[in-house]
Ligand binder design. Structure first.
Ligand code: FAD
Length: 574
């Protein structure tokens, strides 16, 4: 039920007062006897006390406003207390003769065009896009807004990568003519800074929800039927009727089912982001993107790091020359890499250290370290919603929700985006799928295309790749040309002392169009977008070579790689 909040009592015989501190905001929960705000007057302070258990729906006052007896200053939806339960407003020193009891949650009904479940980079972007199209949108997230990406993935890892970058720069300060006596690393302060960055961005998303008039409910979405989900919270139960649903429930860490992996002290990426002591040594099982990023982070913090990779190479999907560059840098820093190595068990020794047993060919090898982390991929969160009730099918491999190019599932009113689809588990893919889904719901006819998805690894140096890789060109039998330029020959890279790496472009020999590229080296993550644009624009070598690049920039290496496709590089010849 909806109740008016009425000013009934002021101090003494005052007929007006001023609003003091407001403790509750619109949409916040109130319980009986909570002080919603204080009322100040010459004769003292009175607490404006809640007579309800419920949600504040409306509050029309600001701190400092003059108010008078009888004035309605807001509304609460919920339940009214018995008079005997309500405290007097005048003094909170009086002993109250009330009991709270167990408050029943308020039931709130919603009827929306689109409900999005999951507030990660897929879900929140889809919600904004749908709202921009004039649709009534509601977003449900059970944890923090921003999902894995902001809270446990892309952003916190990159905050740590940047702290390590500072450490590396200070270590090399002497090269730049600066003497630094001692480096003192505080893991606590590094983690605090990381948390600050995360919190700033998470609250930014909360503002985006507000600005875009998206209703946001914090809680776990539960499917009731094909058009209804509910979210139960302590004080509110939400019943949401929807025309369209976007499932953006993401993924979770996967543990190799080997002996010892069930042990609670085996770390995942989540715990690696929260350690408050730097381990003396760390073994990471999995030398993919996440594993290698953490290998460089913890090596940078001072741990002895081992990486165990099942495939013949770490970062197995990248081109050989890119992998070699990163592997060389990792080994120079002292990261120990075991490739073609299959971890078979993790045992704990008497002193608590961990022993990983692995098979390398026919040989059994052991590696001992203080901590062991698992970074062997992520699993779609398939059990977080009842997909049967929604009539939503899984894909052939049963490892993701089946979607068409329009992000539609087997139920035409239900869309799925992001890691839950298990297409490509990257934040920018989730966001773009979100835009495609929202556009289709709003009546546009948009298809998702996976041909130009950039992938980046934030090691030191960084590496990135887009379009057709050299590996792929060979496998597909494409008649191709490569153009390559080493950062060693780039002026800006020299000034930065960052000469490791190169830019490599791939063109189709017949059409001379640029079809792919890789960058390894400083700014590789940012530079890859230029190559994406060249490919998307469908330009050939001649058109691409007429674009002028600012000097001195690392991106001039892209221009040089374009010129090299015709063997006409200016600053480097093979
Ligand atoms: P998520 O971000 O996982 O969000 C899903 C959300 O749904 C979660 O917040 C979850 O709480 C919520 N949810 C689930 N079920 C329910 C329910 N029933 N009710 C309510 N809410 C629910 N990608 C990159 O592109 N670049 C990177 O540098 C990068 N680094 C990474 C580093 C690490 C360590 C990790 C783990 C991942 C990284 N990723 C990176 C991958 C990226 O984080 C994911 O691809 C991305 O977050 C997927 O977005 P999503 O919206 O599909 O799902």
């Amino acid at each position: 039920m909806l109740f008016d909040l009425v000013i009934e009592k002021l101090s003494g015989h005052d007929s007006t007062g001023k609003v003091g501190k407001i403790n509750k905001e619109i949409d916040s929960q109130v319980s009986i006897n909570d002080v919603i705000f204080t009322i100040e007057s010459g004769k003292g302070t009175v607490n404006f006390i809640s007579k309800y258990n419920g949600i504040i729906e409306k509050l029309t006052i600001d701190e400092g406003d003059t108010i008078k007896k009888g004035q309605i200053i807001g509304q609460v939806s919920g339940e009214k207390a018995e008079e005997s339960e309500i405290k007097a407003g005048e003094s909170n020193t009086k002993k109250a003769s009330y009991s709270f009891g167990i408050a029943k949650p308020v039931i709130k009904n919603y009827d929306v065009d689109v409900v999005v479940v999951g507030g990660g980079p897929g879900g929140y972007v889809a919600a904004i896009r749908a709202s921009q199209a004039g649709l009534k949108v509601l977003l449900v997230e059970e944890d923090n807004l921003g999902g894995t990406c902001l809270n446990y993935g892309c952003i916190p890892t990159k905050a740590l990568v940047n702290s390590i970058d500072i450490i590396e720069k200070i270590k090399r300060a002497n090269e730049f003519g600066i003497e630094v006596d001692q480096i003192k690393i505080s893991i606590q302060k590094i983690m605090d800074r990381k948390n600050e960055v995360v919190n700033t961005l998470v609250s930014g998303i909360a503002h985006l929800m507000e600005n875009n008039k998206i209703e946001y409910i914090n809680g776990k979405a539960v499917v009731q039927d094909e058009n209804t989900i509910t979210v139960k919270a302590k004080t509110q139960e939400s019943i949401i009727k929807f025309n369209n649903l976007i499932i953006a429930t993401g993924s979770k860490t996967f543990m190799l089912p080997i002996e010892g992996s069930e042990n609670k002290d085996i770390l995942t990426s989540k715990e690696l982001l929260e350690l408050n002591e730097i381990p003396k040594s760390l073994t990471i099982i999995g030398g993919g993107v996440i594993g290698m990023e953490f290998a460089f982070i913890y090596k940078g913090l001072g741990s002895d790091v081992n990486v165990i990779e099942f495939f013949p190479n770490i970062l197995n999907t990248l081109d050989e020359d890119v992998i070699s560059c990163i592997k060389e840098s990792a080994e120079e820093k002292g990261i120990k890499i075991y490739e073609s190595a299959c971890a078979v068990s993790i045992k704990t020794s008497m002193d608590g250290s961990k022993i990983v047993e692995m098979k390398v060919g026919d040989e059994t090898q052991y590696v001992t370290s203080e901590k062991v982390a698992m970074a062997v991929g992520r699993k779609a969160n398939l059990d977080s919603l009842d997909l049967n009730k929604l009539n939503v099918n899984l894909n052939e491999k049963k490892n993701g929700i089946e979607v068409d190019d329009f992000m539609r599932t087997s139920n035409p009113n239900v869309y799925a985006i992001g890691d839950i689809t298990n297409k490509i588990q990257l934040a920018h893919v989730a966001s773009h799928q979100g835009i495609v889904a929202a556009d289709n719901i709003s009546g546009l006819n948009k298809k998702m295309c996976y041909d130009l998805i950039p992938s980046v690894v934030f090691t030191a140096p960084e590496a990135s790749q887009v379009g057709v890789s050299e590996k792929e060109a060979i496998n597909k039998g494409i008649d191709y040309l490569t153009g390559k330029f080493p950062l060693m020959a780039n002026g800006k890279a020299q000034t930065m002392g960052e000469t490791k790496g190169f830019v490599k472009l791939i063109t189709d020999k017949a059409t001379r169009k640029i079809i792919g590229g890789s960058v390894v080296g400083v700014h590789a993550a940012d530079m890859i977008s230029t190559i994406s644009n060249l490919i998307a624009a469908g330009v050939d070598i001649d058109e691409a070579s007429h674009v002028i690049y600012a000097h001195p920039t690392v991106s001039e290496s892209i221009h040089e790689a374009i010129l090299d496709l015709d063997g006409r590089g200016i600053h480097f010849s093979k």
